[in-house]
Write a protein that binds this ligand. Structure first.
Ligand SMILES: Cc1cc2nc3c(=O)[nH]c(=O)nc-3n(C[C@H](O)[C@H](O)[C@H](O)COP(=O)(O)O)c2cc1C
Length: 211
């Protein structure tokens, strides 16, 4: 097995190093985050660093890159306190990827890439019509990460839009059936296949396979 120290990694070219390091933390969920600015102008961009922070209260976090690199989503969230997270499906993955381009602030990415915004009562941020699993959030806290000028944006889930057939008897959502995609690095997208589900693990019980 090859042993690579950080001293060696730091000598690598920027994109090679970024790809390599990005793959180490594994597959991440592929999402579109929908926002509006104070005047109601929509914005849409791909985010994969979305992480579950807790179920009760239902909190989700995501990492926003430094402001110079990815300014619009975080600024809109700060301004309005509301955003949506939309799972990406194979039927619109190309369009979703295109939203990662650095469009000028006045460009509405829904129009630029041809995705449909969906507005529901009392939520000013747009959902992505084409997405099969989507939810809205209210901003709770933005935690600056001083070490690399990124931000942990924490939101509380307020509404979920999902096909009922995707929800199992125990609340487990079949992301495989929904074809919610995962991503790796900044350019690769995958569909998934379940391998197994197991019962709650206890030291004195044998492993119980559910599926
Ligand atoms: C697969 C993929 C995943 C990405 N994940 C993130 C992410 O988690 N955080 C982030 O800040 N940018 C991420 N980006 C980059 C943003 O999509 C990109 O910077 C975008 O232009 C931000 O737009 P905004 O300024 O409208 O927020 C990702 C891009 C791709 C292609």
């Amino acid at each position: 097995m090859k042993h690579i120290s950080i001293d060696v990694i730091e000598t690598w070219a920027r994109f090679y190093r970024a790809n390599f390091i990005n793959c180490l933390s594994g597959f991440k969920s592929a999402n579109l985050i929908g926002t509006v600015n104070k005047s109601g102008q929509p914005n849409l961009a791909v985010f994969s660093s979305v992480v579950h922070l807790g179920s009760d209260p239902a909190l989700i976090g995501f990492i926003n890159r430094p402001l110079a690199a990815a300014p619009h989503t975080i600024q809109n969230i700060e301004a309005t306190g509301v955003y949506t997270i939309n799972h990406i499906n194979p039927s619109f993955v190309e369009k979703a990827h295109q939203t990662s381009a650095k469009y000028p602030v006045e460009v509405n990415e829904f129009e630029a890439v041809d995705l449909q915004p969906l507005f529901i009562d009392n939520i000013i941020a747009p959902f992505v019509q084409e997405s099969l699993i989507k939810y809205s959030l209210e901003l709770v806290e933005i935690v600056p990460i001083k070490h690399n000028n990124t931000f942990l944006v924490i939101g509380a889930i307020t509404n979920v839009l999902i096909h009922e057939t995707l929800i199992g008897e125990d609340g487990f959502i079949s992301l495989e059936k929904a074809e919610s995609m995962v991503s790796l690095g900044l350019d690769a997208y995958f569909t998934t296949k379940i391998k197994a589900r197991y019962g709650y693990a206890k030291p004195d019980l044998p492993i119980k396979k559910i599926i």
